[in-house]
Design a protein around this ligand. Structure first.
Ligand code: PLP
Length: 473
C-alpha cells in the first residue's frame, strides 16, 4: 500500500470510527449470530493474490461487525467493562503506526521512561505508598502469576528457579472462595498443584473471613506444609466484595506470608479519596494489581502491577542471553525482566493520553458518577417488591434477583432468573451477565461503561421490570 492509498483509507477509517462511536448505542449490544456462522463466511484458505482494501473493509463491515459484541455500548452492563475512550483510541493509532517493540530501554527509550512515569502517576492517583514500583502487564492474570512466582522464589531463596521444587517442601496458598479464577490458574501454572490452594470461607458480604484464613494456615503448618502466600481481593468478580485487607495483612505478617492484592476492577475506585479506607493495610502487601483496561477508559490491554521489592521481581525473571545485552543495563528499566513476555507493546502512551485528557479531576468525576448511578439503581431494586438485592453494593456492581411468586423452590427461582437474563439479552437493548451466590443464580449489572448515563440505567431498569412482568413468576 503506498502512502497516498494509506492516507486515503486512514481518513475513511477515522470517519468510520467517529461514526461508530457516535452511533454505537444503535447496535444490538450482543450480536444475533449462531456458532460457526462467521466461520462459514471466511474462506477456508488464504487468498493467493492480494486484494483491494475496499473489498477487505467491505467484508469487515458485512461479516465481522454483525458478529461483534459492542463492549463500548453504553448499555453494556455485563462482566466487568473493558472500556476505552477517544483519547485512548487515538494513542493506539499512534502506537500501531510506530509499531515499536518495547522490551528494553534501548529498543524504545521513550516508551520505557513514559511507562516508568505513568506508573508513578497511577500510584499517586490511587494513593499507594511510595514504596511501590509499577510496571504494565498485559492482564491481571499475568500480574498474579508474576506475584506467585516471585513469592516462591523469595521464599525458596531463588532455589526453585535453579533446581525445581524440592521433594520435602509443599507450599500452600490462600484466597477466598470468591477470588477470581486467575488465582487457581496461576497456582496450576507454577506447578504447586491446585490442591495446594485453600479457598477460604467468606462472610455474609462475600468477603474473606480472617478467622477462617488463620485457621487454615495453622492447620497447614500442623500438617507439615509451608504456607506461602495469600491473595486478597479488593473487589471480587462476583459482587465486588472487599476482603478485610488490614486484618489479612496482619495475619500474613504474623506467619511471614507473601501478600498479593487483586484489585483488577475496583482499583480505579481508589482514585476517590473517600474510598481509600478499603486500602487500609496496603503498606503491608508485597504486590498489587489493577486494570486501567477495565474501568479507567484505557483500551485493552493495560494492567498496572505494583511491587514493593522490584529487585525480587527482576531476579525471578531476569535472563540474559548475549543477543539481548545492551550498553545500558543498569541505570535504566529493562521491562523484559519484569514479567513473563520478552516482547512488549507500547502501552504507556494510551494511559498518558487518557490521564491528560480527563485530568485526575475528570477521571474522579466519571468514576464517582458511575458509583452514584449504581447506588441509585440499587436503592430502586431494594425498594421494589418484585426484586431483591443479593449482595451489598460497595461500588458500581449490583447483584440482584427477581423474586418468584410461585414459592421458594431454589431450582425454580434459578430457572426464572436465568430466563429473565436470556430474554433481556435477546432484546439487544442491554447486556448483563450472572454469577452464582450460595448456589443461587444471580443477575449482575455493572455500571462502568465510559459513556453510560442516567438515561441508559433508567432504561435498563424499565426493561428489566417489563421483561420480568411478561415472564410472570
Ligand atoms: N481479578 C479479578 C478480581 C477480576 O475480576 C478479573 C477479571 O474480571 C481478573 C482478575 C482477570 O483479569 P484479566 O482479564 O486482566 O486477567
Amino acid at each position: 500500500m503506498d502512502s497516498a492509498e494509506f492516507r486515503k483509507h486512514a481518513h475513511e477509517l477515522v470517519d468510520w470510527m467517529a461514526d461508530y462511536l457516535e452511533k454505537v448505542s444503535s447496535y444490538p449490544v450482543r450480536p444475533r449470530v449462531s456458532p460457526g456462522e462467521i466461520l462459514g463466511k471466511i474462506p477456508s484458505l488464504p487468498p493467493q493474490d492480494g486484494e483491494p482494501f475496499d473489498r477487505i473493509f467491505g467484508d469487515f463491515t458485512s461479516i465481522v461487525l454483525p458478529g461483534m459484541t459492542h463492549w463500548q455500548h453504553p448499555s453494556f452492563f455485563g462482566y466487568f467493562p473493558a472500556n476505552n475512550s477517544e483519547p485512548s483510541i487515538l494513542a493506539e493509532m499512534l502506537t500501531a503506526t510506530m509499531g515499536a517493540q518495547c522490551m528494553s530501554w534501548a529498543t524504545s527509550p521513550a516508551a520505557t521512561e513514559l511507562e516508568e512515569r505513568m506508573m508513578q502517576w497511577l500510584s499517586a492517583m490511587i494513593g499507594l505508598p511510595a514504596t511501590f514500583t509499577g510496571v504494565i502487564q498485559d492482564t491481571a492474570s499475568t500480574a498474579t502469576l508474576c506475584s506467585i512466582l516471585t513469592a516462591r522464589e523469595v521464599r525458596s531463596r531463588y532455589s526453585v528457579n535453579t533446581r525445581g521444587y524440592p521433594s520435602y517442601t509443599r507450599f500452600a496458598a490462600y484466597c477466598s472462595r470468591e477470588a477470581h479464577s486467575s488465582v487457581e490458574k496461576a497456582i496450576k501454572i507454577v506447578g504447586m498443584g491446585k490442591e495446594s490452594l485453600r479457598k477460604i470461607d467468606v462472610d455474609a458480604a462475600f468477603a474473606m473471613r480472617p478467622d477462617a484464613l488463620e485457621k487454615a494456615i495453622k492447620d497447614d503448618i500442623k500438617s507439615g506444609l509451608t504456607p506461602l502466600l495469600v491473595v486478597a481481593a479488593l473487589g471480587t468478580t462476583g459482587t465486588t466484595a472487599i476482603d478485610p485487607l488490614k486484618e489479612i495483612a496482619e495475619i500474613c505478617k504474623r506467619y511471614k506470608l507473601w501478600l498479593h492484592v487483586d484489585a483488577a476492577f475496583a482499583g480505579s475506585a481508589f482514585l476517590l479519596p473517600e474510598l481509600r479506607g478499603m486500602l487500609e493495610g496496603i503498606e503491608l502487601a508485597d504486590t498489587f494489581v489493577f486494570n486501567p483496561h477495565k474501568w479507567l477508559f484505557t483500551n485493552f490491554d493495560c494492567s498496572a502491577y505494583f511491587v514493593k521489592d522490584k529487585e525480587a521481581l527482576i531476579r525471578t525473571f531476569e535472563i540474559m542471553p548475549e543477543y539481548l545485552k545492551t550498553n545500558e543495563e543498569h541505570p535504566v528499566n529493562n521491562y523484559r525482566d519484569w514479567g513473563i513476555q520478552l516482547g512488549r507493546r507500547f502501552r504507556a502512551l494510551k494511559l498518558w493520553f487518557v490521564i491528560r485528557h480527563y485530568g485526575v479531576v475528570g477521571l474522579r468525576e466519571t468514576i464517582r458518577q458511575h458509583i452514584q448511578l449504581a447506588q441509585e439503581l440499587a436503592e430502586q431494586i431494594r425498594a421494589s417488591e418484585d426484586f431483591e438485592l443479593a449482595a451489598p453494593v460497595p461500588l458500581n456492581t449490583i447483584c440482584f434477583r427477581y423474586k418468584s411468586r410461585r414459592g421458594t423452590d431454589i431450582a425454580a427461582q434459578n430457572r426464572l432468573n436465568q430466563e429473565l437474563m436470556d430474554r433481556l439479552n435477546m432484546t439487544g437493548r442491554l447486556f448483563l451477565t450472572h454469577t452464582k451466590l450460595n448456589d443461587r443464580f444471580t443477575l449482575r449489572i455493572v455500571i462502568g461503561q465510559t459513556h453510560v448515563r442516567k438515561e441508559h440505567v433508567d432504561e435498563a431498569w424499565k426493561l428489566i421490570q417489563a421483561q420480568a412482568h411478561i415472564l410472570g413468576g
